[in-house]
Write a protein that binds this ligand. Structure first.
Ligand SMILES: Nc1ncnc2c1ncn2[C@@H]1O[C@H](COP(=O)(O)OP(=O)(O)OP(=O)(O)O)[C@@H](O)[C@H]1O
Length: 200
């Protein structure tokens, strides 16, 4: 087990977003997470990555504590919100790691993009960049929150091909949030639901 939650709950004020969540993921495992819109999937993974503090329950991690780098990397649906608008992308990337030219090419990333600011790239181009940044070999759990929703089918396939290949090389686990059942069924070994109506 690399990460586990016990009886996790989260509230915004008095409003319960989710409760009683027992979740576990193993090294190298690829798990899907579903629930209808607004049921707290993003909030749950923000708790896992340490961006939110749950109101109840525990998150138990066996991941190494690396200075300056979070082994749990989160990629969002809106990647432009996750990069510093005042930094050229090359600087943002170097802050994480120095990927090979082959990996950049596999993700269809052009060297010249790295000389640009985020507002000088399309949403899809920034998303490829976000994936490249998150594929740092120190990443042990990649959380992909609706990352290919705005992309065409060919780009989606290309990005997932690269992520799955790198996950094998680095023994990286992946938690995939998606409304696309076909995608989840094709890449995940199990699919968990945050929808309380599915709890036994
Ligand atoms: N800062 C906030 N303050 C109050 N409520 C919030 C805040 N952020 C999110 N919420 C509410 O929490 C609930 C869960 O939101 P969340 O984004 O986690 O759901 P989701 O399952 O990921 O949704 P989607 O599938 O639409 O992306 C929603 O009802 C949302 O309106």
């Amino acid at each position: 087990m690399i990460l586990k939650t016990e009886d996790l709950a989260f509230h915004y004020g008095k409003k319960e977003i989710f409760s009683n969540v027992h979740f576990q993921i193993e090294s190298g495992e690829i798990v899907g997470l579903t629930a209808p819109s607004g049921f707290g999937k993003t909030t749950f993974v923000r708790c896992l990555a340490g961006f939110e503090t749950p109101t109840k329950g525990k998150i138990i991690s066996n991941l190494p504590k690396t200075r300056g780098f979070n082994p749990i990397q989160l990629i969002f649906q809106h990647p432009e919100r996750a990069v510093d608008p005042n930094w050229k992308l090359g600087k943002t990337l170097r802050e994480s790691w120095e990927p090979s030219a082959e990996l950049k090419e596999e993700l269809g990333i052009k060297e010249e993009w790295l000389q640009r600011y985020p507002n000088e790239l399309s949403g899809g181009e920034i998303q490829r960049f976000s994936v490249l940044r998150a594929l740092n070999p120190q990443t042990k759990l990649l959380i992909a929150d609706e990352i290919t929703t705005m992309l065409d089918a060919i780009t989606t396939a290309q990005i997932w091909h690269t992520i799955l290949k790198q996950a094998k090389i680095n023994q990286m686990a992946i938690l995939v949030i998606s409304h696309e059942t076909k995608l989840l069924n094709s890449i995940c070994s199990r699919i968990e639901s945050l929808d309380k109506r599915n709890y036994s």
